[in-house]
Design a protein around this ligand. Structure first.
Ligand code: T4K
Length: 385
């Protein structure tokens, strides 16, 4: 092992290796589709490319309805508004991107955080059940890292207590086996097509549902409350959550390349499996039929995730401490006495490593070598950082 960059050695990479470096389809193809949009002068307001993007998502996921939106956060907000007109408590995990909680709080709901299963990182059904009160109006599960968030168990619980069930599927596009892909669970599911996501439309998102009545309501809410048939009447409160044609054009072009992105990511994941085979490292087991977008490790020994992140940063590997601190420890949500032991444990030892088209398997091997070295030399490394 050469000298680590934190100790004055040469960084392993000359260019930064990001978590969430956007995957992009062929440059000329993207430029051509963008030019076509501009020349057509049809730029937004439920244009033909947005409609095509929606119908391709429906057939990809095997779901009846898709409503494309400007981003995943707005998707969560209008899904909540459409389903839960009465404000109240909504149960969700704290181990998620803060947008999940913010979307609820911004709309006036009270987020109630439930703990996770430390193995799967998704909601612990027992804790969800324990947190249901007379004030609960819904449950918001998160398919973290693309792992289905116990959809059948949550559906039973929601039915039993007459609650609405939404899934944040921001990480889970094209996860789950063919014919049973994430997209049709609960009352609706919300995807993100942000730049850092496996398929991106620069900014963007989509709500999918099998409920025709709900789909119509969401469509109206996305467009100021208009029915979309040219009539000027507004029967429900709406907002502007529309996706533009330029965003849909990028989304469609990238969607065409999704199978090759998955293949690339899964080869990188296989290389991580080989390189991180160590008793002090848990490589989070990604769902076999997923998008392999998040390479998540948990440090089980003495090495701290912050120390490893600093060592990697010096090597130009910009690993991320997703999701630390978890939401319930962030200022807007902090409460005296609020503890979630599994969430806090998992958040304290988790680090997300780079993958995607910008990483080759050779580069993955190099990252693994640094990680293993740090784990094996924890005392020297920790002293120096
Ligand atoms: N629910 C969940 C569970 C989510 O994870 C998210 C979003 C949402 C809901 C909300 O969906 P959206 O409203 O965003 O559609 C990033 C993303 O901004 C965020 O979309 C994502 N989750 C979250 C997990 O990651 P940051 O704060 O880490 O972003 P940032 O700017 O630090 O970028 C991460 C890395 O990616 C950087 O090292 C640089 C690289 N990058 C980023 C961008 C934007 C690029 O190379 N190029 C780029 O254009 O939140």
């Amino acid at each position: 092992m050469r000298k680590l960059a934190v100790f004055g050695g040469k960084p392993a990479f000359t260019q930064p290796k990001h978590v969430g470096r956007p995957n992009m389809a062929d440059h000329d193809k993207i430029m051509q589709t963008l030019e076509n949009v501009i020349l057509s002068r049809r730029l937004t307001n439920n244009g033909p490319l947005v409609q095509k993007f929606e119908s391709q998502i429906c057939s990809e996921l095997g779901v009846g309805w898709c409503i494309a939106v400007a981003n995943g956060t707005l998707g969560l907000e209008i899904a909540a508004r459409a389903l839960m007109p009465k404000l109240g408590e909504v149960i969700l995990p704290s181990f998620t991107f803060v947008a999940t909680a913010n979307a609820l709080a911004w709309q006036g709901y009270t987020p109630i955080f439930a703990d996770i299963d430390p193995e799967t990182h998704v909601l612990d059904i027992k804790d969800v059940e324990a947190k249901i009160t007379m004030r609960t109006v819904g449950i918001l599960g998160v398919h973290l890292w693309g792992t289905p968030c116990i959809p059948e168990e949550l559906a039973k619980l929601a039915y039993l207590h007459n609650l609405k069930l939404i899934f944040d599927a921001a990480h889970a596009f094209m996860c789950g086996p063919e014919g049973n892909r994430i997209g049709h669970y609960g009352d609706c599911e919300v995807f993100s097509f942000h730049a850092t996501k496996f398929v991106n439309s620069v900014e963007g998102g989509a709500i999918t549902t099998s409920n025709t009545f709900l789909a119509k309501r969401l469509r109206r809410m996305r467009n100021f409350g208009f029915a979309g048939d040219g009539t000027p009447e507004v029967s429900i409160l709406g907002i502007n959550a529309k996706m533009s044609e330029l965003h849909a054009a990028v989304g469609l072009t990238n969607l065409d390349e999704a199978p090759s992105f998955i293949e690339w990511n899964s080869n990188n994941y296989a290389a991580y499996m080989v390189g991180l085979d160590h008793s002090d490292i848990r490589l989070y087991p990604l769902c076999a039929q997923g998008n392999f977008q998040y390479v998540v490790i948990e440090l089980l020994g003495e090495l701290s995730a912050d120390v490893l992140a600093s060592v990697l940063k010096a090597e130009n590997v910009l690993a991320r401490r997703y999701f630390s601190p978890p939401c319930h420890l962030m200022e807007p949500y902090r409460k005296d006495g609020q503890t979630l032991p599994a969430t806090e444990l998992v958040a304290s030892r988790t680090l997300v490593l780079p993958t995607g088209l910008a990483m080759t398997q050779g580069e993955v091997a190099k990252v693994c070598e640094i990680v293993r070295y740090c784990v094996d030399h924890v005392v020297e490394v920790s002293k120096g950082v």
